[in-house]
Design a protein around this ligand. Structure first.
Ligand code: AMP
Ligand code: MG
Length: 406
């Protein structure tokens, strides 16, 4: 048996970012940049107008006022997308639309709303500073400068930004291929009728959702009864083509717990089994070639806590992301159980109170109980030790995913 910290260290040691691959930008949504992107061009690429208005020489209108307007000769219109081309001479201006290239010689734009046109002239009634309403070439980013760092997630804003620079392909980390196998003779899909002794399979839908919350669509989801030959076949197939295998149930010491011996008969090397924690003590972790294998205990809260504390950080590491879990400190508003030999992950609910975080420990800490996990929003982490956990203590909490699309 090992400690929570040792278990984390082992997983970090095995979970290396997956190899980079070149991906077309629109298909890279949600992936993680494997290499820094340098800007292939200046942005903006030209000096352009920020407004619909008139491009002029600011020196021509230095003395313009309502009582002393200045008339500039209007030299046509520059739309967004028009070629560069013309040059403004003293006493002239050119109408320019937002995104239109500023004509050579002009150094400011006066917005359309404050200009009237009369007999081919623009009537200017105010002076303005050089540079007004001009977006200068390269003011956002210069060619060759770092645009996005390795490790950035390609969300919509990042994809928009890279597209604006003309980037069409990016080096990203592959997303791990994850197989999920749920074991247990007693399990029935919700919606179907239970026979005596059977229970609903909560782990499958819960862990599929947890994977999706971690940015991963499992490529194989399968159920298996506690029948060694059948189970072995399923595990063998899954092992051959996934980066991570999640095998749920059957990792403890019961007579129908076949997961470990089968994994090891198939060549999986055990890294650890059993972590000094509650819930989720019989956690198994091993590897075979490129595949990392987690054996999660089947009690639903144990399975979920182990997923959140170990599997999710592992998946993040494979994707090239900082591993987590995110930690915060909160003050307990309730007394808790006695500390003991094991680290406790307690279902809890935290909130902000005057700039500080407070956490209530919830009823229903049993590893078979999910309501407290469903209603909670964090795990309170209590290291091993002595004495009762007391109201008012400052404690580490791990905020849980909210499921909201953020
Ligand atoms: P196991 O880890 O297979 O020994 O299972 C431990 C406990 O969790 C048993 O009471 C199982 O019935 C229950 N269990 C196992 N798998 C699931 C599942 N997918 N959904 C709900 N309960 C489960
Ligand atoms: Mg079982």
């Amino acid at each position: 048996m090992i400690s929570v910290q040792q278990a984390r260290q082992f997983i970090h040691r095995y979970a290396h970012p997956l190899p980079p691959m070149l991906k077309s930008l629109p298909l890279a949504s949600g992936l993680v940049l494997a290499r820094e992107v340098k800007s292939p061009s200046d942005y903006p690429l030209y000096d352009v107008s920020a407004m619909d208005g008139y491009a002029l020489k600011s020196s021509d209108v230095r003395k313009a006022s309502l009582s002393g307007p200045i008339y500039l000769k209007l030299r046509g219109t520059q739309h967004a997308g028009d070629t560069l081309g013309m040059k403004i001479k003293p006493g002239e201006c050119r109408k320019v639309m937002t995104g239109g290239v500023i004509p050579a010689g002009a150094d400011a734009v006066l917005e359309r709303e404050v200009v009237v046109e009369k007999d081919g002239m623009a009537v200017i009634t105010q002076a303005m500073a050089k540079g007004r309403h001009i977006r200068y070439r390269g003011e956002g980013i210069k060619k060759g400068a770092a645009a996005l760092k390795a490790g950035s997630i390609l969300h919509s804003r990042a994809i928009g930004f890279l597209a604006s620079l003309g980037v069409s392909k990016v080096w990203v980390r592959s997303v791990p291929q994850v197989a999920l196998i749920i074991t247990g003779n007693e399990l029935v899909t919700p919606g179907k009728k239970l026979k005596p002794g059977q229970i609903y399979n909560s782990n499958q839908w819960m862990l599929e959702t947890a994977l999706r919350e971690s940015g991963i669509q499992p490529h194989l989801v399968s159920n298996a009864p506690d029948r060694p030959a059948l189970l072995k076949n399923k595990i063998k197939n899954a092992l051959s083509d996934c980066d991570v295998l999640l095998l749920v149930g059957g990792v403890s010491v019961g007579d129908s717990d076949f997961s470990k011996p089968i994994l090891e008969a198939l060549g999986v090397r055990r890294v650890f089994w059993r972590v000094s924690q509650k819930p989720g003590f019989p956690l198994y972790f091993g590897s075979k070639d490129k595949t990392l294998v987690f054996g999660l205990p089947g009690n639903p809260a144990s399975a979920w806590v182990n997923f959140y504390e170990y599997v999710m950080p592992c998946l993040r590491a494979l994707r090239g992301l900082p591993i987590g879990p995110r930690t915060m400190k909160a003050t307990l508003t309730t007394d808790g159980p006695h500390r003991g030999f094991k680290t406790l992950f307690l279902k809890a609910r935290f909130r902000k109170n005057g700039g500080l975080f407070q956490a209530d420990l919830l009823k229903g800490q049993g590893s078979h109980l999910l309501q407290s996990l469903a209603e909670g929003n964090c795990l309170a982490v209590v290291p091993s030790g002595k004495g009762r956990i007391k109201k008012g203590e400052k404690i580490e909490i791990h905020p849980l995913p909210t499921g909201k699309s953020s």
